[in-house]
Design a protein around this ligand. Structure first.
Ligand SMILES: Cc1cc2nc3c(=O)[nH]c(=O)nc-3n(C[C@H](O)[C@H](O)[C@H](O)COP(=O)(O)OP(=O)(O)OC[C@H]3O[C@@H](n4cnc5c(N)ncnc54)[C@H](O)[C@@H]3O)c2cc1C
Length: 367
């Protein structure tokens, strides 16, 4: 039997994390293979398409920006509305993923679509792939797992499954231009929230629910859409639907099991309260590509330790706070407190309470 084809870096997944990692590793001179099980990069879109960091260069890539967002309106169970400044961009997520993958290809990475990772020997770094040409093996000197919330790469490296929230979203015609994101906190969306994000002449309306506290996504979504129709914001005409899982358990205890580097959703970098994960995927992907190249060039595992440290420095504080707030909210779902505003103020980023000390610490101080 012939030896498997050899690459310096195998990237699994061509979302924003994988595209960035493949670009950075190829730009640093590595021989990179990046694979995705999808037929087309970025399709189908599974995203509400809000880029919460308007300063990222990716907002300027071709075809990405659809409209600017200036603020956030947060609706509490009592009906109180809190208006905050919260600038960001509504983007065409399919175009973003495609533009980032194009950059990877231009930097010299080889992209293979319709190619699924079936198995990975995370120690020997040999992957079994299945593509249009059948099953085959490739060997690599480093592997980047950019394969989303259920990451088969992380699983092969012996890491446990992540806690996730389930989402469902409809795209509807937007009746008038709108420049805010609307957020709905309610006992109807246990473990998540409802959203209305305007995107040019359409709007993405969706919700997330933790299935441990609620099974039904269809009823609450229909209720949210009815409310938006009544406010005169959208027409009740379905243009598209999507959904998917969002990891909410926080940063994994380890993001580089050996020469396997995890990025984006696979690493648990998605914000556990807002579910935003595009910026973290782009940033961690870039960093992982660079770190893999340094590791291969110098043969020094310190480059991998530096990757771990940089990711933790950049994301751990905000992700850990999100995990803490989720845990506090978990005590209210299915109970009368879920209908009062106070726990939601503490559990959502628009309120100063969110950034306060833990409930226990505050209680201890007031005693
Ligand atoms: C409904 C919804 C709405 C969201 N809205 C927002 C938002 O508005 N703003 C925001 O910032 N974030 C949002 N997120 C989160 C955001 O989409 C993710 O954080 C982001 O996609 C993470 O990028 P990634 O590259 O890590 O993973 P992904 O984009 O999930 O990419 C992983 C890739 O790996 C591929 N893959 C998986 N398994 C294999 C395999 N075995 N072999 C080959 N390929 C494989 C998949 O096909 C996929 O293309 C939303 C998520 C959902 C589900």
């Amino acid at each position: 039997m012939s030896a498997p084809a050899a690459f310096d870096v195998l990237v699994v997944g061509l979302g924003p994390g994988g595209g960035s990692a493949a670009r950075a590793a190829a730009a640093a001179g590595c021989r990179v293979l990046a694979v995705d099980r999808r037929k087309e990069v970025g399709q189908p879109v599974q995203c509400a398409e809000f880029l919460p960091n308007p300063m990222l260069r990716h907002g300027n890539l071709p075809g990405v920006l659809v409209q600017k967002i200036t603020g956030m309106k947060t609706f509490l169970p009592s009906g109180h509305r809190e208006d905050s400044d919260f600038p960001g961009l509504m983007i065409d997520r399919g175009n973003l993923d495609r533009a980032v993958a194009d950059e990877a290809e231009a930097a010299g990475a080889e992209l293979r679509l319709e190619t699924r990772l079936l198995e990975l020997d995370a120690e020997g770094l040999v992957a079994r792939l299945k593509g249009p040409e059948g099953e085959y093996e490739v060997a690599a000197r480093a592997v980047i797992g950019a394969d989303g919330p259920h990451s088969p790469v992380a699983q092969a490296a012996g890491l446990p499954p992540q806690k996730t929230v389930h989402t469902r979203q409809h795209t509807l015609p937007l009746l008038d231009a709108y420049a805010d994101t609307d957020i709905f906190l309610s006992p109807d969306f246990p473990g998540g929230y409802g959203w209305f994000f305007p995107k040019g002449d359409v709007a993405n309306v969706g919700l997330g629910i933790d299935r441990r506290y609620g099974e039904d996504l269809g009823g609450p979504l229909a209720g949210l859409i009815a409310q938006l129709v009544e406010r005169g914001l959208v027409e009740d005409r379905l243009l598209g639907r999507t959904g998917g899982s969002i990891p909410v358990g926080g940063l994994r205890p380890m993001v580089h099991p050996g020469p396997v580097l995890l990025v984006g959703d696979a690493a648990g970098l998605t914000h556990p309260i807002t579910g935003a994960g595009i910026p973290a995927a782009l940033i961690s992907g870039d960093r992982a590509g660079e770190a893999a190249a340094e590791y291969l060039e110098e043969g020094d595992a310190e480059a991998l330790e530096d990757f771990e440290e940089d990711v933790r420095d950049q994301f751990e504080t905000s992700v850990s706070r999100g995990v803490e707030r989720r845990e506090e909210l978990e005590r209210i779902w299915g109970r009368p407190e879920a209908s009062s505003d106070a726990p939601h103020r503490r559990g959502w980023i628009a309120f100063s309470e969110y950034f306060g000390a833990s409930a226990e610490a505050e209680e201890a101080v007031s005693r």
